[in-house]
Design a protein around this ligand. Sequence first.
Ligand SMILES: O=C(O)CCC(=O)C(=O)O
Ligand SMILES: [Fe+2]
Length: 262
Amino acid sequence: MKVTPLTGAIGASVEGIRLDEPIGRDVFETLHTAFLERCTLVFRGQHISPTTQVQFARLWGDPVVTAMLNPLDGNPEVVQLTNIKKETTATEAWHYDAAFTEAPPKISILSAVTVPAGGDTMWSNQYLAYENLSAGLQKTVRGLNIRFHGLRLGRMMNVAEDEIPTAVHPLVRTHPETGRKALYVGHRENVCIDGWSREESADFLEYLYTASVTPDNVYRHMWQEGDVVMWDNRCTMHYAVHDYDDADRVLNRVTLHGEVPA
Ligand SMILES: O=C(O)CCC(=O)C(=O)O
Ligand SMILES: [Fe+2]
């Protein structure tokens, strides 16, 4: 097995492994170390079934079963993502998955079934987003909490305004495995510094959001069918580029239960 960094900031490609074959303890340890260091792992040419995807996911944790989206027959842990119109998609913005819940998923795993020309996904390294701030601003953000709302997702799923889920988390969270600090921020429509007005919060958070996703802090994945990509939802944001109109795009997704951010 070979692990190769994909950018200076984030991502590694893993070659010489088949996810549909048993993965021994040593190999898993190597994968785990690479995952914690690189935050996003790319496995090309896997073409795995939903069942294999769930088995692989179980090596890392406890898959989330969600009735909200469309579970794939026989595998309630697998959600199939299809082309949601650009106007309504909630994922064409930098985000952490389900940050508006009390204990957001720790890891997400996508397996590409059908890919159009385009439809790339990008990830940012939120450890570096924090570390790149000045010592003074780091100190300020460490003292703040942020409220996340599921507004964009709620709109997409026609959830009534007063039923939009919301949660308050530290603006700087400490990764439970690495002990490193990561900036926990999101799209302007979804976030507000806890205890500040929307107006006071907006430009401040916009600065942190924009600084997080500077090109030298991002990996952009051009999907091929059969690719599997997994990311650490405690120290990365991601963004699904919608540049493929009505073309088919099908990805199978599994997420793993996570910790309460601290
Ligand atoms: O469609 C994608 O590339 C990613 C969508 C997304 O945000 C997710 O699966 O969490
Ligand atoms: Fe997402």
